[in-house]
Design a protein around this ligand. Structure first.
Ligand code: AMP
Length: 541
């Protein structure tokens, strides 16, 4: 039987048009390099997006071709988020924190034709221009500096012909592209369809997800060059929410200043960002007047339970989400529900620091070497994903096909347990788990406990080779004041962990290595400390 529904394509176009029609006066606020705030509206955004799309078509952009961006979070970046896909192209957000050589590699691999770059990022761009593939470079001018070799982005917009029709889009057309942050191996390209971005937005907006509303003032602190700022700019536009874009200023005071001025109600960032914000709130609790009921989505790595508690004390709700570049990126969100029954306060906090349950239409299964794991909160397995916004391959890397199972599930590389209610708890990356004497030790659980101890700023627990136990954990720690003593830390951990799970060494360092997106770069630590326990005494002996 033929259904009677319209053939309506799920593309970014109606999301944008709705915002322009129903929310023309709602603002998009951008922090500029000189720290001033630039304001425009959804009506302005729609006009400029259409103009950009027409200008790109007139410049010869063909369907499916890539336009790269090298930009912070601001309204012009938002324009490209819609303008490039509406022209039939693919917006490829380059991660400005990557080394020049890697950026050149990525831009060439992606086959980027044009680039839109912030004027303040020209020095970063100049470091890889000689190896970059761009035919034309458009500069988003914010200062008065000359840039003779490149074109002015505003001048590009002026070339848009009035009579150029925008293409009819199909929901399976490619719309956006990101490269993974590369904790393991080289970055890999993921291409998002219009449909994936639309359905991801719908799932995120739902009440039991992040409950986006047109009443919200939404601030993506996650860079727009990292997994589409977790889709926040798209979802906020879809619901007509005010958007607050922090530009290059991601320090705690600048963010709290924006939260206060623009009465931000929903923001998203990695734990490091929120740790700095929380420290500033702890220091000056009366100084900042943020919106009541402010929600902060957190992900990218797991926040310590202590951080959730500390924010609660400021009446700010940290909401934990998990995902990856390959899943657009959000796959699960942690929200408690009444059917969980009575829970003590400690149980609630423990559950809130898990990665939660898959959002609607995201399917997750957890597989160990012996098959699906029981929902017992103990047995570990790799979580695998399937869903409308999960990648089915990497861009032009057929050799990496084994990232997917033969029956089509994405192997995430994240090792989890599942509790009786279906809440996922990440215990490690498959590559970071520590195997000591045949038993698994979770580096993440140890790290979370260690950062809960007074005077610890950041901690990484890694496996190092050991002659008897194969591998043993050691903790590498950045301390503040008072600097903890290793014996005290060990006593503290011994209350929560078995003796053989405790680190064999506590090493204090000035700083830990991170990836371009702020994740701990444990591979670098493993290299550095490879021989650390050679012949050393082990706690497991
Ligand atoms: P990326 O593709 O750069 O976003 O990295 C994805 C990886 O980051 C995931 O596979 C996880 O290992 C890690 N990750 C993301 N969110 C979380 C989270 N909430 N808790 C723990 N790890 C996370």
């Amino acid at each position: 039987m033929k259904n009677t529904m319209m053939d309506f394509q799920l593309t970014l176009a109606p999301m944008l048009e709705r915002a322009g029609t129903l929310y023309p006066t709602v603002q998009i606020v951008s922090r500029m390099p000189d720290r001033s705030l630039y304001r425009c509206t959804y009506a302005d955004l729609v006009t400029r997006v259409r103009t950009l799309a027409r200008a790109l078509i007139a410049a010869g952009l063909q369907r499916g071709e890539r336009v790269a961006t090298l930009m912070w979070n601001h309204s012009v970046h938002l324009e490209t988020y819609f303008g490039v896909p509406l022209a039939g192209g693919v917006i490829h957000t380059l991660n400005l924190r990557l080394p020049a050589q890697q950026l050149a590699l990525i831009a060439n691999h992606a086959g980027d034709r044009f680039l839109v770059v912030d004027e303040i990022l020209l020095p970063a761009f100049q470091r890889f221009i000689s190896d970059a593939p761009f035919e034309r470079v458009f500069v988003h001018r914010t200062g008065s500096g000359p840039f003779d070799r490149y074109e002015d982005y505003e001048a590009l917009l002026k070339t848009a012909p009035d009579d150029c029709a925008l293409p009819q889009l199909n929901e399976y057309d490619a719309a956006a592209m990101c490269y993974t942050s590369g904790t393991t191996g080289d970055p890999k390209g993921v291409v998002y369809s219009h449909r994936a971005l639309v359905l991801h937005s719908m799932a995120l907006a739902m009440a039991d997800s992040l409950a986006f509303s047109h009443n919200d003032s939404v601030m993506p602190v996650v860079p727009m060059f990292h997994a589409n700022a977790w889709g926040f700019p798209y979802v906020a536009t879809m619901v007509g929410a005010k958007q607050v874009l922090p530009g290059p200023y991601l320090d705690a005071e600048s963010l709290l200043d924006l939260c206060q001025r623009e009465q931000v109600t929903l923001a998203t960032g990695v734990p490091t960002v929120w740790m700095a914000v929380c420290a500033e709130l702890d220091k000056n609790p009366r100084h900042w007047r943020v919106a009541p009921g402010l929600r902060l989505a957190v992900g990218g790595s797991a926040p310590a339970e202590s951080l959730i508690r500390r924010f609660d004390a400021h009446n700010i709700r940290l909401i934990h989400a998990w995902g990856m570049t390959e899943s657009t990126p959000i796959a699960s969100i942690c929200r408690l529900r009444p059917s969980l029954g009575e829970m003590s306060e400690d149980e609630q906090y423990a559950l809130r620091s898990t990665q939660g349950t898959p959002v609607p239409f995201m399917e997750a299964r957890v597989i160990s070497r012996t098959g699906p794991v029981p929902w017992d909160g103990k047995t570990m397995g790799e979580v695998q994903l399937r869903g409308p916004w999960v990648a089915s391959s990497y861009f032009n890397m057929p050799e990496l096909g084994d990232k997917w199972t033969p029956d089509g599930w994405l192997r995430t590389g994240d090792v989890v347990t599942v509790n009786e209610h279906g809440y996922l708890h990440i215990v490690d990356r498959t590559k970071d788990l520590i195997k000591s004497g045949g038993e698994w030790i979770s580096s993440v659980d140890l790290e979370n406990a260690i950062v809960g101890y007074a005077g610890v700023k950041e901690a990484a627990v890694i496996a190092v080779p050991h002659p008897k136990w194969d591998e043993r954990p050691i903790a590498v720690i950045v301390a503040g004041e008072p600097k903890p003593k290793p014996e005290e830390l060990n006593d503290f951990l011994a209350k929560r962990f078995a003796k053989w799970q405790l680190p064999d060494a506590y090493i204090f360092v000035e700083e830990l290595p991170h990836t371009s997106t702020g994740k701990l770069l444990k591979s670098a630590l493993r290299d550095r400390y490879r021989d650390y326990l050679n012949g050393h005494f082990s706690i497991a002996d």
